[in-house]
Design a binder for this molecule. Structure first.
Ligand code: AP5
Ligand code: MG
Length: 189
């Protein structure tokens, strides 16, 4: 089974390219952001805990995230593979993912890192704000999310490189091209 991690700054295309990979390869998709927003919408106890963090552009504490992730992953074990979108976001989460997979006889197949310039990211997210109205898509919170990304998630590039699973993709203005590059890479695994 393929275990694919897709990571990058807010607005870098994790959700967009995950959808392309799901369509191409029939993978299951875990977006921790989507899982958390669904909890908020349903008004669950967890949803109430996480809302404040999301609205402030901060990460939810690792221990909550790791439990959620293992539960969702175990419901997807009979498919061709799983895409992790938005997890891990810290070194602690990366280690927890490695352990969780190991316990199930699995490992990370590849990590896809998305590089996009900050002005393009801001432009995308402000455009999306008008369409989808996500609570964290406003200029002030987006800037906080960028900061959190560089402080807590960016170090994963080095970590995954050391694990021998890093693959980097840079957006150069052509969406179809980057999707094609990612699909070709995954097809070659
Ligand atoms: P999450 O939902 O993961 O948000 P994010 O990381 O900020 O990323 P986005 O979903 O905003 O962007 P994306 O990279 O998916 O890009 P998209 O494809 O949508 O997390 C939200 C919050 O939840 C976090 O801040 C945190 O509080 C919490 N959380 C989640 N996971 C957590 C974890 N593991 N630990 C702790 N806390 C966690 O693209 C963006 C837009 O651009 C779209 O509208 C798209 O259509 C458009 N677009 C235009 N052109 C392109 C193009 N060429 N490529 C891609 N997208 C394009
Ligand atoms: Mg997303």
């Amino acid at each position: 089974m393929d275990n694919i991690v897709i990571f990058g700054a807010p607005g870098s295309g994790k959700g967009t390219y995950s959808a392309a990979l799901v369509k191409e390869f029939g993978y299951n998709h875990i977006s921790t952001g989507d899982v958390l927003r669904a909890e908020i919408k349903a008004g669950t106890k967890l949803g109430k805990i996480v809302k404040g963090y999301i609205d402030q552009g901060q990460l939810i504490p690792d221990e909550h995230m790791i439990d959620i992730l293992a539960g969702v992953y175990d419901s997807m074990l009979d498919g061709p593979g799983v895409i992790f979108d938005g997890f891990p976001r810290t070194i602690v989460q990366a280690k927890a993912l490695k352990d969780m997979l190991q316990e199930r006889g699995e490992k990370i197949t590849i990590t896809i890192n998305l590089n996009v310039s900050e002005d393009v990211l801001m432009e995308r997210l402000l455009r999306r704000a008008k369409i989808e109205g996500r609570a964290d898509d406003n200029e002030e919170t987006i800037k906080k999310r960028f900061k959190v990304y560089y402080n807590q998630t960016y170090p994963l590039i080095e970590w995954f490189k050391n694990e021998g699973v890093l693959s980097e993709f840079t957006f150069k203005g052509d969406t179809n091209l980057i999707i094609k590059e990612i699909i070709e890479k995954v097809a070659s695994l």
